[in-house]
Design a protein around this ligand. Sequence first.
Ligand SMILES: [Zn+2]
Length: 424
Amino acid sequence: MKNRSAYTSKIRNRHRTIERIKLLIVLMSVAAYAPAQQYDLLIINGHVIDPKNKIDAVLDVAVADGKIAKLATGIDSLQSKKIIDAKGLYVVPGLIDMHTHVFVGSKPGTFADGMYSVSADDFSFRSGVTTMVDAGTSGWQNFPLFKEQVIDHSQTRILAFLNIFGTGLSSGQAIKDISTINEDSTVAIMQRYRDLIVGSRIGHFDGSDWTPFNTALDAATKMNEPLFVECHLPQYSLRDQLKKMRPGDIITHSYEEITERLPVVDSSGKLHSFVLDAQQRGVLFDVGHGGAGFWFSQAVPAFQQGLAPNTFGTDLHRFSMNAGMKSILNIMSKYLNLGMSVNDVVTRASWNAAKALKHEELGNLSEGSVADIAILNLQHGSFGFVDAGGKRLSGDKKLEAELTIRAGKIVWDLNGLSAQPYQR
Ligand SMILES: [Zn+2]
């Protein structure tokens, strides 16, 4: 009996083991068939423009862990937790605004820590922008405050050119006092905040002494970064400024027509040849629209004669935000209506800017890159565009930001493309 009982127990155990194996096989097959949902977000059917990778086609874009996971046709939608149908829309790298003033604070009458600046998040995502570059609102003395007060608390990625004047744009006026210039301190701050500071900046100086310009250029050279030249330098000649600038240095307000600076197009409508020569030598021309920096009387003949902007900086601040500038998309739309292609305007607002900033990890949709993405709607209709001189250009094309993604998170969704339908 004892032997028989041991035999039965052995059989029972073997049965149990077999049953367990069977159950395991069933569970494994279920797991194999169930969607793994390896992506957090999948944008399907959109027209992808990724200038870095020379992509200009209808493709799906998958996002996982805040990064671009895959670009391909027909990515399985069961593999994603969320689907966005971008049919009829453009899917492009998150836009980079090369020229803003976002060192906002409570001081009246000033840009640095002041009310002339604006808050980045209030303007960026609704325009498809995921990176804003502050154009020297701070200098070596107040950059740490700018970082602590604004950069660290913004969802928008903020990079900065460092003003050669120690207190940055600490008034609304052109600076005459050069006593805050200190090259060693400037370079020390540029080194300490290397991940945030993208170059040095000269502008708003009313003097004929070239020390500020030369010092800013030296600091940029020492850091192997670009110099950003924001005109308002009435006593420097444009020809001399361009002559001193190296390939990769950036001039902004390229199409300004004001008395304090020689315009790029002369009174007979001809583009100065030394200006085109500078661009061909590698000096970069940024729009820097602002309140006074963009005139059709300059931009249109310059464009027709070969001087297209390299980047579309807005010069966003309190006095441009509600004027003819409005947003980077409005500037891109102006150029679309002047005959530039969608691919060319996207290139200038993304990959060109990333290259100019030497931040080539940005402005592209390469697999593994941070998932900063703008989904744009190209509207067709009857539109008007205004310049700094109050002139109106009619056009039939206008770009609008439908949805913006910053590091894989949806931060702007104009028409609820990513939201569930409300059931009444
Ligand atoms: Zn500016």
